[in-house]
Structures are given as C-alpha cells and as structure tokens.
Design a protein around this ligand. Sequence first.
Ligand code: ZN
Length: 241
Amino acid sequence: MIKVTVWNEFQHEKESAEVRAVYPNGIHNAIADFLRSDEIEVRTATLDDPECGLTEEVLKDTDVLIWWGHIAHDRVPDEVVARVRTQILTGMGLIVLHSGHHSKIFRSMMGTSCNLSWREDGDLERIWTINPAHPIAKGVGRYFEIEGVETYAEPFGIPEPDEVVFMGWYEGGEVFRSGCTFHRENGRIFYFQPGHETFPIFYHETVQTIIRNAVEWAAPVLRTPGLKCPNVKKVHKTCKD
Ligand code: ZN
C-alpha cells in the first residue's frame, strides 16, 4: 500500500465560479478520486488547513506528496517547506504539477528560479514520450494530446533533470520538458506540466495514468528516520580460515 497526500492550495476553486465548474470539489479531490485504489491510500491537505495540513505526523506517514499550487505560493510558511524538504531527503517522493513549478518547495529542491514562458489560450499540447522504457511512461504510447492547455515554454529554469520522460509540443510552436525526474538524496521528484485550473486536464485518462505511474515510481525505496551525519567506528578486518 502506497500512502499518498495530495496537497492543493485550494484558492481558485473558492474564488472563481469558472474553476469551480471544472473542479467542484477542488483539484485535490479530483486527483484523489482517480488515485484511490487497493494499492494507493490517499489523503488530502490544503493551504487553509492548520499547518497547511502538513504536520510532521502527516509527512512521516506519507510515501508520496503531490503538490498543486499557483496564486498562494508565498503563503506556505517557510517552516512547512523546511519540513517537507527534510522528508523528501529522507526518502518521501514528491510529484509537482503544473504551476507548482514556482512553489517554494520545488524551487528549494531545484535551487534555481524554475522560471518559464507561458501563454493561456487553450492551445493543443502534443506530449511525446521520449523515454518509453521509463516506469512513468508505462502504457502511455508514442504520444498523446490534450486539447486546451496553458502553454509552458522553454527555457525552463531548472537544473539538468536526471531524466526527461515527456517532451511537450504546442500548436503555437513551443516545446517544453513536460515530464522530468530528479533525485535528491533518498527522495525522488517528478515534475509534470499539464494541469491548469480552468481546463479539465485531471480527468484526462492518460494524464491520470502518468500520475498513477509517478506515484509508484516516487514511492520510497529507502526511508530513513531523519537526516544524520554520524561519526562512525572503523570496521575491523575479519580473519577467516
Ligand atoms: Zn496554469
């Protein structure tokens, strides 16, 4: 059983009827609904919950954290970000969706601006699987299309990814590294570009397959209880007859 926490800042849905029409129960519940299964246990957390719903207890009981944020990145307290960061380094997986590229946690894990160019006009995106043997690409096919996305364009201000799994092409001609992986100590991170709040992208079957695959990929292989830098005793040579 993989334990997933879906975190959504949950502000657009409260403020905009247009967004509410697409995600009446919030983006977090739309994601939780397709992830929940015999293999995946899901809880949700939002910005307005006490401590953003991300207490030490919740994080230690989370194998993979999914992050969606956009207009309220700066309202996530630094101590919450530090707590999440520590858990990633000890082995918790992180999946950052769409505008989460500018979240404090993603920028902290990347160490760069994570800037990109963007245009919100509902272009078609054709997402190419450029690493078809990667576990996150399982069952996806050579490419798939999403009708109506927010264009994100290169250059994307991230460090060189460990793997680029998907490359996005937009009908405006731009390209973008739409699916990238990073390893940070014990933790695995997947960034996935689709997911603008006014488009029904989290109902797209292939998008759901990819996020499900990413949960399996990002689940901890090794989870240490904390971060340590121990002084250790020498291992003595053993004598064998
Ligand atoms: Zn967006």
